[in-house]
Design a protein. Structure first.
Length: 116
C-alpha cells in the first residue's frame, strides 16, 4: 500500500500548514497512523500518532502546535501545523501500521520548509 501525502510547502515562521495523507483502497479503521519527519542530516523521528480509537500522541517539540486527526471513511490522516518554527523544516512522511499483518506502510514524503 502506497500512501499519498500532500500539503507541504514554504511558510514563514509562525505560519500554518495542513498535511494530508490518503491510503488507496480499503483500510481498517483500527490501523494506527502517524506522521514522521526527517530533517537534513538527521534521523527520521516520530511527530505524532493516532490510534484506531483516536488516541493521540505527540513529540514534545510539537505539543500544543500540531494536531493529528483522521477520517477513517476517507482513509485519511491529517497534520495541522501551527506556530511553525525553522526547526520544523523537514520532509514529512505519513505511516500506517496494518495491525493484521504487522506491516508498516509509508507515504512518499512531503517537504515542509519554514523560512523567512
Amino acid at each position: 500500500v502506497q500512501l499519498q501525502a500532500s500539503g507541504g510547502g514554504l511558510v514563514q515562521p509562525g505560519g500554518s500548514l495542513r498535511l494530508s495523507c490518503t491510503a488507496p483502497g480499503r483500510i481498517y479503521s483500527i490501523n494506527p497512523m502517524a506522521w514522521y519527519r526527517q530533517a537534513s542530516g538527521n534521523q527520521r523521528e516520530l511527530v505524532a500518532s493516532i490510534s484506531g480509537r483516536g488516541t493521540t500522541n505527540y513529540a514534545d517539540s510539537v505539543k500544543g502546535r500540531f494536531t493529528i486527526s483522521r477520517h477513517s471513511a476517507k482513509n485519511s490522516v491529517y497534520l495541522q501545523m501551527s506556530g511553525l518554527q525553522i526547526e520544523d523544516t523537514a520532509v514529512y512522511f505519513c505511516q500506517m501500521t496494518d495491525v493484521i499483518s504487522g506491516t508498516s506502510h509509508w507515504g512518499q514524503g512531503t517537504l515542509v520548509t519554514v523560512s523567512s
